[in-house]
Design a protein around this ligand. Structure first.
Ligand SMILES: Cc1cc2nc3c(=O)[nH]c(=O)nc-3n(C[C@H](O)[C@H](O)[C@H](O)COP(=O)(O)OP(=O)(O)OC[C@H]3O[C@@H](n4cnc5c(N)ncnc54)[C@H](O)[C@@H]3O)c2cc1C
Length: 452
């Protein structure tokens, strides 16, 4: 009899696991209460990147004079933008659903929860459906964290999910939180023409990133007129008919037309029956081992709910690995995910991307490293594209030359980092990069230069 594989949550973690498990011969049921594709496709990654792309196009057109063009200008149409985001979401939902159906996955629309170690119930519009499972995957994702003081009304006090886009363009947006999500929203609304204030709880935006990388972004924000309120923590917020007032712990007060909370997320593990059936949670996240198994061997968790890196790419890879493991394929230790080697990007201008070991972390560990860095100002393609901001930095082992990590700040950084990600995961040496023949002119030539 085929293995019965039941998945709760249809985001990248759930739908990737479903596709692979079905391909490997499992009888798969996926329960999704909202939209197939998950928050990733419809509430977080994709809509935010679509808005950033529109802001980028607006900037390119309005700056076209610098490329030798005249009489070119554009204005933003929020309704058209909303339609665009909706269309992309629907297309992705359709393509994901088609893929799952073509693999024979049974899709149940409803809310799932465990009612026994091997039983899952889906509360559907037609009533509860109970399913017996040999394997269960919890892939329910996360939701924005809302502090107690914040009264989110979806109009003036917003979470990220209210901002695709909001009903009207904020005149003055206060962004609370200067991590990856916060700075992307700063960039996005600044490129739409809003006045933006960023509340930064520490002395550095992107507090977890390489200081040099963070400094490059800060310089860009300041040049574009973003107000940075450093060392300030939001303490309370008042919403009125014409705006929002945020008070900070140090007594500073900011007034804006809207405020957006970007202070992290919480795992969706409530009301799933997990503790009741014996699945251990840590701070609300499912505790998993290197195979993504919970404290019950046949119950796996993947994606944001697993408390590892909250990235869509990580969620998908976990989903595939779980399908392989549960179906008895590739269980050797070398197949475990090395989260330290995950590439990530921040879609600001300039873009920021990094992978592997960071310079500051190497110093903190007392580890000897070799750091090589080249600016894009010497790169022909960057000059052709009229944007030579940023740099490539490669961290390698001084004894062996093996690439340990790197950061890229600049145009197309999110694409260029793939080369370094491959080098890090395949254990390539700087000489391998330096002796590769890359296209000329291209931004990637900066990688061979930095690998000298
Ligand atoms: C603003 C923003 C931008 C982001 N941008 C990026 C990016 O550029 N790149 C990147 O890699 N990551 C990005 N992320 C992170 C990324 O969105 C998440 O890491 C990813 O969505 C996690 O996938 P998942 O499968 O765990 O969960 P989700 O995508 O959240 O999917 C979980 C699904 O489970 C469903 N669900 C929940 N509970 C139940 C239940 N009881 N029954 C049935 N269904 C249920 C939900 O409806 C949802 O569809 C971003 C996050 C945010 C907030």
């Amino acid at each position: 009899m085929a293995k019965r594989f039941v998945i709760i949550g249809g985001g990248p973690a759930g739908n990737t696991a479903a596709t692979y498990a079905a391909r490997f011969g499992a009888e798969v049921t996926m329960i999704e209460k909202d939209l197939v594709g998950g928050a990733a496709h419809l509430r977080d990654c994709i809509p935010s990147k679509a808005m950033i792309a529109t802001g980028g196009a607006l900037g390119t057109i309005n700056d076209a004079q610098r490329m030798g063009l005249t009489d070119v200008s554009a204005t933003l149409d929020f309704d058209a933008l909303r339609y665009r985001i909706d269309t992309i979401g629907k297309r992705l939902e359709r393509s994901t659903t088609t893929l799952l159906e073509s693999q024979g996955v049974t899709l149940l629309k409803g809310s799932g929860r465990m009612v026994g170690p091997h039983q899952v119930v889906a509360e559907t519009a037609n009533g509860p459906v109970e399913i017996d499972a040999d394997v269960v995957l919890i892939a329910t994702g996360s939701r924005p964290r809302i502090p107690e003081w914040a009264h989110v009304d979806g109009e003036r006090m917003l979470t990220t999910r209210d901002a695709y886009p909001p009903a009207t363009l904020p005149e003055h947006l206060i962004v609370i939180g200067s991590g990856v999500t916060g700075v992307e929203f700063v960039h996005m609304f600044k490129s739409f023409g809003s006045e933006v204030t960023l509340i930064v709880s520490r002395q550095q935006v992107l507090p977890l990133k390489d200081p040099e990388v963070a400094a490059a972004l800060e310089a860009d924000f300041l040049a574009r007129g973003v107000h940075l309120l450093k060392g300030a923590k939001a303490l309370s917020g008042t919403v009125s008919s014409d705006g929002v007032t945020i008070e900070c712990t140090d007594g500073r007060v900011v007034r804006g037309s809207h405020a957006l909370l970007a202070i992290g997320s919480l795992p969706n593990t409530d009301n799933l029956g997990l503790i009741e059936v014996g699945v251990e949670l840590v701070d609300g996240y499912v505790k998993i081992n290197h195979n993504c198994q919970s404290s019950l061997q046949h119950v796996y968790a993947a994606g944001d709910v697993s408390g590892k890196l909250p990235l869509s790419s990580v969620a998908s890879l976990q989903g595939r690995k779980i399908a392989e493991h549960a179906m008895g394929l590739h269980v050797g230790p070398h197949r475990h995910i090395d989260y330290e080697k995950a590439a990530s990007a921040i879609f600001t201008e300039p873009e920021i991307a990094d992978v592997g070991l960071a310079e500051a972390d190497a110093f903190a560990m007392g580890r000897k490293i070799r750091v090589t860095k080249v600016p894009f100002s010497a790169n022909a393609k960057a000059l052709i594209e009229d944007d030579s901001r940023g740099f490539v930095k490669i961290i390698s082992d001084p004894a062996t030359g093996v690439v340990l990590g790197g950061s890229i700040v600049g145009r197309h950084a999110a694409e260029l980092i793939a080369v370094l990600a491959l080098a890090v995961s395949a254990g390539l040496r700087v000489t391998d990069l330096h002796e590769s023949l890359f296209v000329h002119p291209s931004m990637s030539e900066a990688l061979t230069d930095a690998a000298e």
